[in-house]
Write a protein that binds this ligand. Structure first.
Ligand code: ASP
Length: 387
């Protein structure tokens, strides 16, 4: 028997590849919700970039019949997040705030460089997420939280809006950049999602950088696990009151050809057990992209995002109800999720280049870099969207 696994039509290449609740805001029955929606920190941020008004060439795209951007839309752009949650000023020093801004900016610049040069939305989101995965501040890649066994199990996904192609991995333990493996699943296998040992075996076919447990070790993350064990609870990274706020990372982009892509990567939840998989690698829950509507990357309590199929739900509302990206994001994040008790946020970009950064939490590490503009980064909800 050959030790080489059979991946069906996989072409194995060496080396990295190039590239009963109301959903109507007006009819919510949650009495706590309406006051929350009025709080300043819950102002969700819609950005309709008032920069480039250049229309893209309809002939260059292959999925959407109407490629004419609306007023205020960006010809190309990238939007990112580094996790949403109870992120409040009292818990962050100026130095830490500056470090987050710097990391977000570096990711935006990497993505923008790709887009500005005419590269694809997929290349841009992967470039941005790789940078965030390598940054220990965030709960992804290097900064991933610990499981109950003291290990690190990472989830990641990518989706290409051109053809609904998608790739994801769950519970990987040795990949420095799980987002690169997710992309390989999409491009080099007939499958969408590989988990655990199978994902590791798939990775063996490529020259991806592998790391040992030390790569993921930080005192802060280990102490967080110990505290969670003491309290016997499973915590979201960003729910740890006294811990440094960290979060899942993600990016969405629209390229000059009008194509959309999404990428999300996470270490999941501190003290998670028994092969728990969150929303990130579940296509439609934490990650989704379709040129027919929008690209979404989510962050928050994964179980709620899975049950509400958050990312796809936002796109579906645009496609079937004719809602704008912001209307759809508000309905799902600010109403539907909250009705269920789900907290978190999303970043999105639509087929015309409008963007949304929406959270039902006091903060979300976030930013955007849109054609003709400057990079914008923010942490707290009351910082708005930079316009
Ligand atoms: N959504 C991630 C998960 O549940 C956690 C996060 O966004 O911080 O795995």
């Amino acid at each position: 028997m050959s030790p080489t696994p059979d991946f069906g039509r996989v072409v194995l290449r060496r080396g990295r590849p190039r590239e009963p609740l109301s959903t109507d805001p007006a009819s919510t029955s949650n009495s706590e919700l309406q006051p929350m929606l009025r709080r300043p920190f819950l102002v969700s941020a819609t950005v309709m970039a008032a920069f480039s008004l250049m229309a893209c060439d309809p002939g260059e795209t292959d999925a959407s019949p109407d490629r004419t951007p609306g007023l205020g839309a960006a010809e190309y752009g990238i939007v990112i997040h580094g996790g949403a949650g109870t992120i409040v000023r009292e818990n962050l020093t100026e130095e830490l705030e500056a470090a987050y801004h710097e990391a977000l900016r570096a990711a935006l610049e990497a993505g923008n460089e790709v887009l500005e040069a005419g590269g694809s939305a997929m290349d841009a989101v992967v470039a941005a997420v790789v940078i965030l995965e390598d940054e220990p501040l965030f709960n992804a890649g290097r900064g991933s939280v610990f499981t109950s066994e003291g290990t690190n199990e990472l989830d990641a996904a990518v989706m290409d809006g051109r053809d609904l192609d998608a790739g994801a991995v769950a519970g990987v333990t040795t990949l420095r950049n799980p987002i690169l493996l997710a992309r390989l699943v999409m491009e080099e296998s007939p499958h969408v999602l590989f988990t655990g040992d199978g994902a590791e075996t798939f990775a063996d076919q490529f020259e991806l950088e592998r790391v040992g447990p030390d790569w993921f070790y930080t005192d802060a993350r280990w102490e967080a696990l110990e505290r969670a064990r003491e309290r016997e609870e499973i915590t979201l990274s960003w729910h740890m009151e006294e811990d440094r706020m960290i979060g899942t990372v993600g990016a969405v982009a629209r390229d000059r050809s009008g194509n959309l892509a999404a990428a999300t990567s996470t270490g999941g939840m501190t003290n998670k057990r028994f092969g728990r998989v969150g929303d990130v690698p579940i296509i439609g829950a934490g990650t989704y992209a379709s040129n027919a509507s929008c690209a979404i990357s989510a962050t928050g309590h994964g179980e709620y995002f899975i049950r509400n199929v958050v990312a796809r739900e936002i796109c579906a509302r645009m496609e079937h109800r004719g809602e704008t990206l912001q209307e759809a994001a508000d309905a799902v994040v600010m109403v539907q999720l909250l009705d269920h008790g789900g907290t978190g946020g999303v970043v999105g970009i639509d087929r015309d280049g409008h963007i949304a950064l929406t959270m039902n939490t006091p903060g979300m590490y976030r930013g955007h870099f849109l054609a003709g503009g400057e990079p914008f980064t923010a942490i707290y909800a009351d910082e708005g969207d930079g316009r």
